[in-house]
Design a binder for this molecule. Structure first.
Ligand code: ADP
Ligand code: AMP
Length: 216
């Protein structure tokens, strides 16, 4: 199964993608995580991406398309994948269609997570994650069950993203509405778009997504 989780920053894409990895054996492909790994490794591309991410802008399409084209051929994607953070522009969506068609593959669904902008700012400001396994937490709504210990892997090391601050969030939301939202009608016309209420609690969102997948 090949899915896109679509929604603004903070909508809950990463949270739900990790659950789908567990429940369905699909691989989460987060382009944001890939770029952050490049930035940490200090590659030339990583340093350039780091500058763009901290400004809340989008990394050029060509770079992102090459990154995904190379990734979907890896063995861990053979059972299917969940794209989280890609595509983010119409040219990226078109390139994805072309790369899947070339491989005799196609998307099963694009699941849009609907969340109000006002809520997103709070979600992003409170986000932190496990530095080892990437499990996502929140200061107010999702603390680890044992304080300071990751529920999933037991690590005591947590991190926050440098772009999760009020100023950058505004730029990221603007980029979403101006550059990413046009892919919603693109997928609607193709009959692939499904919508879920991303304002519901995490378990309720999971149930909605599972219902969509059962219906395919
Ligand atoms: P995205 O990957 O779309 O940027 P995340 O999955 O990282 O979003 O979630 C952003 C923040 O919101 C995290 O701190 C997460 O714990 C929290 N969160 C995710 N889904 C929900 C939800 N349904 N209700 C409340 N908080 C949520
Ligand atoms: P995310 O982790 O999805 O919130 O992405 C973090 C940042 O990485 C974004 O604000 C962009 O700067 C960059 N990024 C991630 N995915 C893409 C993409 N598909 N196209 C362009 N930029 C991206």
């Amino acid at each position: 199964m090949k899915l896109i989780l679509l929604g603004p920053p903070g909508a809950g894409k990463g949270t739900q993608a990790k659950r789908l990895e567990e429940s369905r054996g699909l691989k989460q492909l987060s382009t944001g995580d890939m770029l952050r790994a490049g930035a940490e490794a200090g590659t030339a591309l990583g340093r350039e991406a780091d500058r763009i991410m901290k400004a809340g802008k989008l990394v050029p399409d060509g770079i992102m398309i090459d990154m995904i084209a190379e990734r979907i051929d890896k063995p861990d994607c053979q059972r299917g994948f969940i794209l989280d953070g890609f595509p983010r522009t119409v040219p990226q969506a078109e390139a994805l269609d072309a790369m899947l068609a070339k491989r005799g593959q196609k998307l099963d669904a694009v699941i849009e997570m609907l969340v109000n902008d006002a809520v997103l700012v709070d979600r992003i400001a409170g986000r932190f994650s496990c530095a080892k396994c990437g499990a996502v937490y929140h200061d107010n709504t999702k603390q680890p069950k044992v304080a300071g210990v990751c529920d999933v892997c037991g690590s005591k090391d947590f991190k926050r993203r440098p772009d999760d601050n009020a100023e950058t969030v505004r730029a990221r939301l603007q980029a979403y509405h101006q550059q990413t939202a046009p892919i919603i009608p693109y997928y609607k016309i193709k009959g692939l778009l499904r919508q879920v209420d991303g304002m519901a609690d995490v378990d309720a969102v999971t149930r909605q997504i599972e219902a969509v997948l059962e219906d395919l």
